[in-house]
Design a protein around this ligand. Sequence first.
Ligand SMILES: *Cc1c(COP(=O)(O)O)cnc(C)c1O
Length: 853
Amino acid sequence: MAAPLTDQEKRKQISIRGIVGVENVAELKKGFNRHLHFTLVKDRNVATPRDYYFALAHTVRDHLVGRWIRTQQFYYETDPKRVYYLSLEFYMGRTLQNTMINLGLQNACDEAIYQLGLDMEDLEEMEEDAGLGNGGLGRLAACFLDSMATLGLAAYGYGIRYEYGIFNQKIKNGWQVEEADDWLRHGNPWEKARPEYMLPVHFYGRVEESKEEAKWVDTQVVLAMPYDTPIPGYMNNTVNTMRLWSARAPNDFNLMDFNVGDYIQAVLDRNLAENISRVLYPNDNFFEGKELRLKQEYFVVAATLQDIIRRFKNSKKGSSGPVSFASFPEKVAIQLNDTHPAMAIPELMRVFVDIEKLDWDTAWAITKRTFAYTNHTVLPEALERWPIGLLETLLPRHLQIIYKINQGHLDEISALFPEDMDRIRRMSLIEEDGGKRVNMAHLCIVGSHAVNGVAEIHSNIIKTDVFRDFSELEPEKFQNKTNGITPRRWLLLCNPGLAELIAEAIGEEYVKDLSQLQKLNELVDDDTFIRDVSKVKQDNKEKFSQYLEKEYMVEINPSSMFDVHVKRIHEYKRQLLNCLHIVTMYNRIRKNPKAPFVPRTVIIGGKAAPGYHMAKMIIKLITAVGEVVNKDPVVGSKLKVIYLENYRVSLAEKVIPATDLSEQISTAGTEASGTGNMKFMLNGALTIGTMDGANVEMAEEAGEENMFIFGMRVEDVAEMDVQGYDAMPYYQKIPELKQAIDQINSGFFCPKQPELFKDVTNMLFNHDRFKVFADYEDYITCQEKVNQLYQNPREWTKMVIKNIAASGKFSSDRTITDYATEVWGVEPTDLKIPPPNEPREALDETARALREK
Ligand SMILES: *Cc1c(COP(=O)(O)O)cnc(C)c1O
């Protein structure tokens, strides 16, 4: 028998990682050594693993530069309609491997690094995640950038360059502890600062009004410094730009006026201005109405709009006379990722009316045709409602503009529905009860030509429930754009074994057209393919087990079912329901230790917002249950509970390919879409889930019989809200539920502090907005069906194949194609920009052209 392949040999065999040319490899090695010497100023005697990572990052980056310049030049010359994706979050994760994949350099780099006697995976592990997001919303923005570049759209991501991203989570004594994410400490090789394009952003001040005009005066200025990150498309020579703004104090900050004489203090106070881009707010699906957050939201909007307008005017260079903004909506589409950048609407109006001197109605018509708004949640606690007082102080002119927008808006409604005062109150941009506030979703709806939800069920809820009055007024404005994920990161990068297996079966085209995965349906009965799919999963499970053992000294059984629940910790996502299933399994084992049991490793992970008490208690409960379960000799290796510390993009890439069972168990009607669900489906996990978010469409694509669907439907939940939900009867009537709750309540899992989980049980009995008990029984029954199937590996894997084959809809390429054609009015292309010239040739050409003139 031949010796088993080494990791290096396995990686070389994988064709979709690109071609290994001898010259290519030699060139890469040369680049690596050059960067180690000139960029890092090290030799191999003193170089650290991090130095090697940076040397490789710079070598790979060199391959981006020509394509990046060429792409931007191409946009300048052809002047296509630009798409601007505005987001307070871009959850990018790591960049090195993604860049190698999209440029087709991965195999050549692997070979070069191998020849240099280094280990590629070790180097990749040195890269910090760019954690500039909380969860799904920020990761969606990152997937969209990849798809927009792959589809050849002239697109830009605009956001904030937070100095500290989402905190690092440590679990200490079972509790979450937060640590600052100093991700820029060692430098960021993927960004290019552009101090020459710095722009001023104004805050505070007052409005001076005359008959002709309004002037915003006496403001404080903060400078916005752009940092550009290249966004390569997959194998098409396109490189787009993500531009993130960093706050800088002007050099005369606080020296001009009142602080005269206290030079030292004035310099120290520069921090006050620069704090704007210091740190990402760590809330997921929760509105925290802090002044600094409002400053962040306006900061990104004000800098970005100046950039957009500058680019628009620049493209009009040839034409004479004053710039006409009439064509603005034909050249510019701005997508608002939730209401976080909503101030872009009054800001564009301010620029048009106060600075460019357009009349109000013209400006308003252009503005509405420019913006589109994506809603991401219906949870009331997540909806942004900024107090009037804050706006009046920080952005007085914008408040006036919002009032004027509201006036026109309410006039229209009163004309259509005279005397309907209640409708007018409901639809106002200004909420009156409990202190005046601006409802930012209402502002976005009124100021946009398109509004969309992120899955069919969610878009329907928006139309019939949260924004019903608005959809009655303008039904054609409301759309659906079901979320998606990029198959490059979430298959090629994280699961090369499966990606290659699929390529061998159906060719490589599926990477750019994921609907082709349907072809796998022809292989559901193919014994070899079934065996190979199952082998890839087993390999991934073993690799992940080794990772856990090495990093956390926990041992798990790779032949047990990996049951994984990873996402932000939130009551609506119902990690507590999963926890009750764990306790139920534990009690069953103890009651009947000899009975057959399908071994499980339950892996739960995710961050709790630091100020979210209940979410932190949920983490402590899961770890406490894990302590008891994991060290009970009666349980043995039948059941293990792992709390996966510091869940983030790079950890998702490790755990998802190793998962057998994906937990997607939110209360129906609460998870707008979910994208974690799609990543698991694509990577060969089966889903246990409710009919919520995109789970509904996953069931539609794969067939409900190929998912483990349980629990109340959204109609059942609505009906229960009418009747009033009472947890007690479930507790009284379901003995296993009663036992589990009694144990949690009495301190069984925490004997040293028996009162510890009283807040949790009290919530479950008396104010559980997410109705955990109501779905308990059906969930437990459904988990038994999961066990039944898992005992038949062949049938399990056949269902896995059917799921992978049905996952094509959930490519973000499909999502972006739909936005492009139905919202932005641009066409995706598979046009391949020609590869770039060598920089010297380009300069020679320019010089020749100049001489010939
Ligand atoms: C995809 C992803 C999410 C979103 O997961 P959901 O299950 O849809 O909430 C959150 N965090 C990370 C790191 C992700 O990669």
